[in-house]
Ligand binder design. Structure first.
Ligand code: PEP
Ligand code: CO
Length: 445
């Protein structure tokens, strides 16, 4: 890494999607306090993830990133976190069996509390108030008090992230991630006749686990897994306050999460978000919509990864099932030909959002599957390596995405529609997606 003082100061750059705080002195009180708080993640953990991503960029791993579109403070309960982590670990078991490569597990968890919005204001019944921007910024209730941007929420976001991570560390290091328990994933799932084709894979995994147990595999040693946290690097003052110099290397690390990504709306090369990410040593993702160009990618790589370190930069495509096959192959060909090191990750969610006839924001499970398939095809067609999946999911049985094995229809959306921003895959849909990816990975081995 270059010395961080060589990087542009993000405060001099344009700052898209930031809160409007009335009282800047209050914001300073909050960020001064945050600077005194302990880091949430540690430099060596971040370095470990960077190494895994470097291996992934060469085809020796596959990334699974998943979690809420927007975490809420109310949703940071033990039960909801447990269900999300369990879903991700189960998906990872299925996918690593298919791929025969390690799955790098990253949660959109413990910090995903801020959202970019296309509209600054929201209108309901003639009343206009600031849009909801995530619990780290304002409340979801449609009242002037709740929608006011409040800097003290940043401290609450830190606190909730800390307690969430504490629980996740206990779950993933304390024996909860035992493979034998995770195998219960297929209960009530493969009974569904639509899933006959997955039953064989499920049984194979079960047999492999039994075999390992019979030959005396040390399950205690395997009951700890590495699980990393991630969120969108959106709130510049928060990320800046959590950015610290690592005494060992002298590099800057954003200690709010292991992995940070820059969103489609804030990835402009002259903007503050890219400048803030350029100076930190954490692995960085950048979302790419259907209008992304090769020259943008080349410029982003130059700023974010001037030394072209493998694994440092991931490109998270979110192009939509309709667009990806037209756009991705030529981009990937040029990236590969230019020798730019990236991890290609597929976000099959954000390019496939639609509004139901009943007015709910939803997605079709079929479109999500289709985008994943086309992502693999597009990259394989030009000799590039598909490196991972980035999805919005919850461990609960919500009804937010249409389709899937339960054939959720528009009327069914109302049953348990709980998201405050984007629709998430429920537990069963998440596993269904994992099986599909396992199949594709197995075929392309
Ligand atoms: C998101 O990941 O929730 C998001 C807002 O994505 P994008 O920046 O790709 O729109
Ligand atoms: Co989203």
């Amino acid at each position: 890494m270059l010395p961080f003082d060589k990087y542009p100061e993000w405060r001099d750059r344009s700052q898209a999607q930031q809160p409007n705080y009335e009282d800047i002195a209050e914001l300073k009180k909050v960020t001064d306090e945050l600077r005194l708080r302990p880091p949430l993640v540690f430099a060596r953990e971040v370095d470990q993830l960077q190494k895994l991503l470097a291996l992934t960029s060469e085809g020796h791993g596959f990334v699974l990133t998943g979690g809420d579109c927007a975490e809420t403070f109310a949703g940071s309960t033990a039960e909801q976190i447990r269900a999300k982590v369990q879903t991700l670990l189960q998906m990872a078991v299925v996918m690593s069996y298919g791929a025969s490569v390690p799955v790098v597990k990253i949660g959109r968890i413990a910090g995903q509390y801020a959202k970019p919005r296309s509209q600054d204001m929201e209108k309901r019944n003639g009343i206009e108030l600031p849009s909801y921007r995530g619990d780290a910024v304002n409340g979801h209730d449609f009242t002037p008090e709740s929608r006011k941007h409040d800097p003290w929420r940043l401290l609450e976001a830190y606190q909730r992230s800390a307690t969430s991570l504490n629980l996740i560390r206990a779950f993933t290091k304390g024996g909860y991630a035992d493979l034998r328990q995770l195998h219960s994933w297929n209960r009530g799932f493969t009974d569904n006749p639509q899933y006959a084709r997955y039953e064989q894979l499920a049984n194979e995994i079960g047999r492999a686990l039994n075999f390992m147990e019979c030959v005396g595999a040390d399950f205690d040693a395997m009951s700890s897994v590495d699980f990393y946290s991630a969120h969108e690097s959106l709130l510049l003052e928060y990320e800046d306050a959590m950015t610290r110099i690592d005494s060992q290397s002298g590099n800057l690390y954003d200690t709010s999460a292991h992995y940070l990504w820059v969103g489609e709306r804030t990835r402009n090369i002259d903007g503050a978000h890219v400048a803030q990410c350029a100076r930190i040593a954490n692995p960085i993702g950048v979302k790419l919509g259907p209008n992304a160009t090769f020259s943008e990618i080349a410029a982003l790589a130059q700023i974010l990864n001037p030394e072209n370190i493998p694994g440092r930069l991931s490109l998270i495509t979110r192009m939509g099932a309709k667009n990806i096959a037209q756009v991705l192959p030529s981009l990937a060909r040029r990236v590969t030909e230019s020798g730019i090191n990236v991890v290609w990750i597929c976000d099959p969610m954000h390019g496939n959002t639609l509004t139901s006839s009943t007015g709910l924001k939803t997605r079709n499970f079929g479109d999500i599957l289709e985008e994943v398939r086309l992502f693999f095809d597009s990259l394989h067609s030009v000799g590039a390596i598909p490196g991972g999946l980035h999805v919005e999911l919850t461990g609960d049985d919500v009804t937010e995405v249409l389709g899937g094995s339960a054939n959720l229809d528009e009327a069914g959306l109302n049953l348990r529609y709980e998201t405050l921003v984007d629709p998430r895959l429920n537990h069963q849909q998440s596993l269904e997606l994992a099986f599909l990816v396992a199949e594709i990975l197995e075929e392309s081995r």
